[in-house]
Design a protein around this ligand. Structure first.
Ligand SMILES: N[C@@H](CCC(=O)N[C@@H](CS)C(=O)NCC(=O)O)C(=O)O
Length: 216
């Protein structure tokens, strides 16, 4: 049987969230670990925009947006209701994920890599990031997770970016009034989806089969 192929990069937050959803769905894929500095021709051929993650389904369809890969996997199997079907919160989750994408992620990049944005004010970007994290802290005060009493799509889709933000100045992050957010991050990082998603693979040499994902 041919497995869907996932082009991935371990440290990419977008690829992380796609891998977590694949773990949760119980699907198996052939993972091809990519070096962003040396992308394989096969990846460029199926997705000229050349970002990771990219999923090539067994029927040949290409999904080259991480959120769409999450939705693909969870629509096949969603054992813990990450899509919030019962709670009817998918649209609201997608809205929060979009605001992470459109507002928090650019602020994170300007805070984490100020040398890449010489015309931007790093402190301003950090403040914009903080405002998003304040919003998450308030949501977590409700029922413990972003959308209810269990972690769902939004938690997993946003977590890799919060993790990056937390890693820029870890001591400073610890001192902020984000107790719930820190617990949330710790729990997600200790969870099976993240731990299995972060398994290390050697880069795919460009031909032949990749590795089976998730790991046993
Ligand atoms: N919107 C895309 C963004 C993916 C993305 O930007 N991935 C980065 C790695 S974290 C990438 O592949 N960048 C291309 C490069 O660095 O050459 C998604 O959600 O999949």
């Amino acid at each position: 049987m041919t497995l869907p192929v996932l082009y991935s990069f371990r440290r990419c937050p977008y690829a992380m969230r796609a891998r977590m959803a694949i773990v949760e769905s119980g699907m198996r894929v052939e993972l091809r670990e990519v070096l962003l500095s040396d992308k394989p021709a096969a990846l460029l051929a199926c997705s000229p925009k050349a970002t990771v993650p990219v999923l090539v389904c067994d029927a040949g369809a290409v999904i080259d947006e991480s959120l769409d890969i999450m939705l693909w996997a969870l629509r096949l199997n969603d054992p813990s209701d990450w899509l919030g079907g019962a709670a009817g919160c998918l649209a609201a989750m997608l809205e929060l994920v979009e605001s992470c994408e459109a507002g928090f992620k650019p602020a994170l990049d300007r805070y984490k890599y100020p040398q890449r944005y010489p015309d931007c004010d790093r402190e301003l970007a950090k403040g914009q990031g903080n405002a998003f994290l304040d919003q998450l802290e308030r949501r977590l005060a409700g029922e413990g997770w972003l959308f209810g009493r269990t972690p769902r799509l939004a938690d997993f889709a946003i977590m890799p970016f919060v993790r990056q933000f937390a890693g820029v100045e870890p001591r400073w992050f610890e001192e902020q009034p984000w107790r719930r957010l820190r617990d949330w991050l710790c729990q997600l990082q200790a969870g099976a989806a993240f731990v299995r998603a972060m398994h290390k693979y050697r880069p795919w040499p460009g031909t032949g089969a990749g590795a089976i994902f998730p790991p046993p």
